[in-house]
Design a protein around this ligand. Structure first.
Ligand SMILES: CC(C)(COP(=O)(O)OP(=O)(O)OC[C@H]1O[C@@H](n2cnc3c(N)ncnc32)[C@H](O)[C@@H]1OP(=O)(O)O)[C@@H](O)C(=O)NCCC(=O)NCCS
Length: 174
């Protein structure tokens, strides 16, 4: 089965997309394309076998993370606001959940984040989990808690780099 993850475009068919969390369904149907065009948040969609039907998606945008909200902040660079990306939305079609598609989308998120971080400074990837099951999913993917809200999570770019670009023999993992 050939999966494709690419930026949303007008040919993608979102009509049959259903999500257990209705705001994630209506965002895809009503705002994802326009927000991508207007640079508010870029949505990437998952399709299969040359069909345009959307099976899952995620949305990313630029973000700034307060250093004060980070655990072990004394170990961090001394900037009040750390450059970041925000994974604003992530969803898999409700009848296709728990088959590995969320993991597939997260792999793409990490690759995109790493590529971006090698062009502009991005210190971490943040997400606001909408509930405990979503939080558990993200913790399983390597995220940790900010200290301002138990559902506010992050993963450092160094950890993403270790996943998507394992160090070369000379120790350089750019
Ligand atoms: C969260 C969501 C995107 C996960 O996608 P999915 O396709 O169901 O998850 P996957 O099958 O790819 O699971 C990936 C891994 O996470 C684990 N996992 C999935 N859901 C989990 C949960 N609730 N708690 C802990 N681990 C979880 C799986 O066991 C799997 O582990 P593995 O990689 O070791 O095999 C999907 O369930 C969804 O769309 N939920 C509704 C919308 C939502 O909550 N979005 C998050 C918004 S903040």
């Amino acid at each position: 089965m050939a999966y494709l993850i690419e930026p949303i475009n007008p040919r993608h068919d979102v009509r049959l997309f259903t999500c257990t969390h209705k705001p994630l369904e209506s965002f895809l149907k009503r705002f994802a394309l326009g927000n991508s065009t207007n640079h508010l948040g870029k949505t990437y969609v998952l399709t299969q076998n040359q069909s345009n039907e959307v099976l899952g998606y995620y949305t990313v945008s630029a973000y700034g993370a307060s250093r004060d909200s980070m655990p072990d902040k004394e170990l961090l660079p001394r900037y009040d606001l750390l450059p970041a990306l925000l994974l604003g939305r992530l969803a898999v079609r409700s009848d296709l959940m728990k088959r590995g598609l969320g993991r597939l989308l997260m792999g793409h998120v990490f690759e995109q984040a790493w590529a971006t971080a090698n062009r502009v400074g991005v210190y971490l990837l943040a997400v606001d989990a909408k509930d405990e099951p979503a939080k558990e999913f993200y913790m399983h993917q390597g995220f940790a808690e900010f200290n301002d809200d138990p559902l506010h999570l992050f993963i450092p770019m160094t950890s993403i780099g270790r996943m998507v670009a394992p160090a070369s023999p000379n120790g350089n993992n750019n």
